[in-house]
Design a protein around this ligand. Structure first.
Ligand code: ADP
Length: 289
């Protein structure tokens, strides 16, 4: 009787249908909740630089403009706030596109070693201002890696003194996005690292992957904050992060980009010893040798 019951089949179908619809409703609710929270966070974050710039400009209009010293100071401060706003809007656009899956990754064969050197060059000034040394280290197993004679190359090429390895290191990645990941991590190392410290990018490998780590010897991150630093707008010390030009979105963007590369980032940190971020990318086969 059981098997021939025509209502049983219908009942099962209805049950499956209802469960499916319920899942869709839950997903919509989750998205709606996310959207509401995101909007609240964003408007809060946007207000800060806007209010600051407005304050300086209105004070100038109200007469402060006549004092040359105050004028220059306030104009510089207003410009800084607007630069912060610009960085925030750029990060927000990137993050929202990543979160909604709008950005497609274009995976290709990229030389992560070269990308790192280029980022070092771009961040040279802010590193130098803090007396921070930027280095590349390698523990690659590959036989084709030519170890640079640091002293010899150091004399010929200033770059080479920074590295115990000559590239390339080929990985499969979206070049633009992986540049953003590396920039955010290296920049954080410089921003939050100690004066006269070091930021070191290391490459290691196994059969299929290149493991990339970025570490500093700065003050580190306390364990209670460690699991939260990848959340958008989460900052360990709000004022210190903002003062250093942070948007609070850097690591959230890093996490999403790596996610889209099917990679996960891990962080290890010891107070007063430093912080290390690490992730893996798929090796790209070397075709030209
Ligand atoms: P921000 O724009 O504020 O730098 P991030 O998302 O890049 O935002 O980082 C989130 C927070 O994690 C930072 O505000 C900072 O408190 C902490 N943090 C990130 N990287 C480091 C690091 N290398 N050393 C110490 N703290 C760090």
């Amino acid at each position: 009787i059981k098997n021939n019951n025509p209502f049983k089949k219908l009942n099962d179908e209805i049950f499956v249908y209802v469960a499916k619809k319920q899942k869709e409703i839950d997903e919509l609710k989750r998205l709606e909740q996310f959207r509401r929270e995101f909007l609240a966070d964003v408007s809060h974050e946007l207000k800060t630089p806007i209010f600051a710039a407005q304050g300086f400009i209105h004070t100038l209009i109200d007469g402060a403009v006549d004092d040359e010293f105050v004028r220059d100071k306030f104009l510089a401060k207003a410009a800084r706030s607007l630069d912060g706003l610009d960085a925030l809007v750029k990060d927000l656009v990137a993050l929202s596109q990543l979160e909604t899956g709008e950005i497609r990754m274009h995976l290709e064969r990229v030389d992560i070693y070269q990308i790192t050197l280029e980022i070092f060059e771009q961040l040279e000034n802010i590193a130098e201002a803090k007396g921070i040394t930027l280095r590349i280290k390698s523990s690659l197993q590959r036989s084709d890696v030519i170890r640079a004679d640091v002293a010899r190359l150091g004399a010929a090429r200033p770059d080479a003194a920074r590295t115990d390895l000559q590239g390339p290191v080929w990985v499969m990645a979206d070049p633009q996005r992986i540049t953003q990941v590396m920039t955010n991590l290296i920049e954080n190392g410089i921003k939050y690292g100690n004066d006269a410290g070091k930021v070191v990018v290391s490459f290691a490998d196994d059969k299929k992957h290149i493991s990339i780590s970025v570490r500093d010897d700065g003050p580190g991150i306390a364990p209670e904050h460690l699991s939260r630093i990848f959340e958008r707008f989460y900052r360990v010390e709000k004022s210190r992060s903002k003062e250093r030009g942070g948007t609070g979105l850097g690591l959230a963007i890093v996490k999403h980009i790596l996610n889209a590369h099917k990679s996960k980032i891990t962080v290890m940190s010891k107070p007063d010893k430093g912080t290390m971020f690490r992730f893996k990318l798929e090796k790209a086969v070397e075709t030209e040798l």
